[in-house]
Design a protein around this ligand. Structure first.
Ligand SMILES: [Zn+2]
Length: 439
């Protein structure tokens, strides 16, 4: 590997410094520290050092986010939000070979909590923001660099708070780039790689199913036993396979990936067909259809008493535009003698798969990896892009990382010994700088 450029070196330095700031988000006010605010101050100082005006918001002590804007040349162009979150998920230190907040590099691989999720991008965009300012780069559109708290616990004190309380900080923004996507996948031909961009995210909701019957003594069986009826409904859901729903994103994924790999997909790709996606098979598979997972059961308290009610809780992941259809389908599967109470919903999002921005991503990838093809996919999880969508901002998940064919980036999220090759970080810096220059 040739010597890193000053920009690549500064990005790596910031990534390591941010990993060393323990900003674990336990999701619990009683145990959370002030790591997010320390990380936000680190970012703020480095932005102000080169002349940015920054805004640091701290809706709760220790829970800071920081935002800065670089003015573009075209007043008619919508601003682009470039965002990373400053918090990380907890660690079980005993499971780590390398210290989780050590940011150690061994054999060209950086280890630490946040190496991919997502101190890597925070450090990268911080270094690029500084370089642009120092060099007097004037991008076409305004760039809003946003470093959010609390993504890992739903963004309540980060992106969601800013969207609800300080939308002025995101004024004029039409699109956003953040996690999760951008990593390379082999296409089966040497030198040819797919770079997935998340153009959609599944929604999340919970439901509680309740069967109601009559309480009775266990010695005299009843015909409307709530436990039996609930168990039947749970088993029916477990056996039900929701059909593949071809969202615009899935349509584009199957077409482009099939073409790039020289092997088209069928209409309902099964496990064998998905297996050729390697590490990405579960990720893509989860985005094909709505899913319902029974997770919690509650009924009874005494072995000799038939309880009057029995309930089950379900974790439900919904494709864009499928809310009503899913509710109707689930109700039909469980039958009309079971009550369904729906919890709060975080709705799915989908951004246009034909946006000019995707062309910009492709050009930036092509310049650094001539064998690279940018391909939309649906993320079966949630990011801060869901909050930004409430302001009409169309989000894309694209942290460009060229990795060796046998390196599973998605598998690094939230695991022990979270790691990323240093060369991949340098690639991310080069590609992201190209994207932000020409977006
Ligand atoms: Zn993340």
């Amino acid at each position: 590997m040739s010597a890193p450029s000053p920009l690549e070196a500064e990005a790596l330095e910031f990534i390591r410094a941010l990993i060393r700031i323990d900003s674990v988000n336990t999701g619990d006010a009683a145990t959370i520290g002030d790591g997010e605010t320390r990380a936000a101050r680190f970012v703020q100082e480095r932005l102000e050092e080169v002349g940015y005006t920054t805004e640091l918001v701290e809706p709760r002590a220790g829970r800071a986010s920081v935002i800065a804007r670089l003015a573009g040349s075209d007043p008619d162009a919508g601003a682009l939000v470039v965002h990373a979150h400053l918090d990380v998920v907890p660690v079980t230190a005993a499971d780590w070979t390398h210290p989780p907040f050590g940011a150690e590099i061994h054999d060209g691989i950086l280890y630490g909590r946040g190496a991919v999720d997502m101190k890597n991008y925070a450090g990268t965009i911080l270094a690029i923001a500084r370089a642009f300012r120092r060099e007097g780069v004037v991008p076409r559109r305004d760039l809003i660099f946003a470093f959010f708290a609390d993504e890992e616990a739903g963004g309540v004190w980060g992106a969601r708070w800013i969207v609800e309380q300080r939308p002025d900080l995101l004024a004029g923004a039409t699109e956003a780039i953040g996690e999760v996507g951008g990593f390379s996948l082999p296409l089966g031909t040497p030198g040819r790689r797919a770079y997935l961009v998340a153009t959609a995210e599944k929604g999340v909701t919970w439901a509680t199913l309740t069967a109601r019957g009559h309480a009775a003594h266990g010695s005299i069986p009843t015909s409307d036993n709530a436990v039996v009826r609930l168990a039947r409904a749970v088993a029916a859901v477990g056996a039900h396979r929701f059909r593949v729903h071809r969202t615009a994103t899935l349509e584009r994924f199957l077409t482009l990936f099939g073409a790039a790999a020289g092997r088209p997909f069928g209409d309902d790709p099964g496990p064998d067909e998905l297996a050729r996606l390697g590490f990405a098979a579960p990720l893509i598979g989860a985005g094909l259809r709505n899913t319902v997972s029974p997770t919690v059961l509650e009924a009874g308290g005494k072995t000799n008493v038939i309880p009057a009610t029995a309930s089950a809780r379900f974790d439900i992941r919904v494709l864009p535009g499928q809310d009503e259809a899913l509710r109707a389908e689930l109700a039909a599967v469980v039958g009309d003698d079971i009550d369904i109470a729906w919890g709060r919903e975080l709705r799915a999002i989908e951004s246009p798969v034909d946006a000019d921005l995707l062309g910009v991503l492709q050009q930036a990838i092509s310049a650094e990896d001539p064998g690279g093809t940018v391909i939309p996919y649906l993320l079966p999880a949630s990011t801060d892009n869901k909050h930004l969508a409430r302001l009409g901002i169309r989000g894309y998940g694209f942290i460009p990382l060229q990795v060796p064919d046998d390196f599973d980036v998605f598998g690094q999220f939230h695991t022990a010994d979270e790691a990323i090759p240093v060369a991949s970080l340098h690639f991310c810096t080069r590609v992201t700088a190209r994207i932000l220059r020409s977006a």
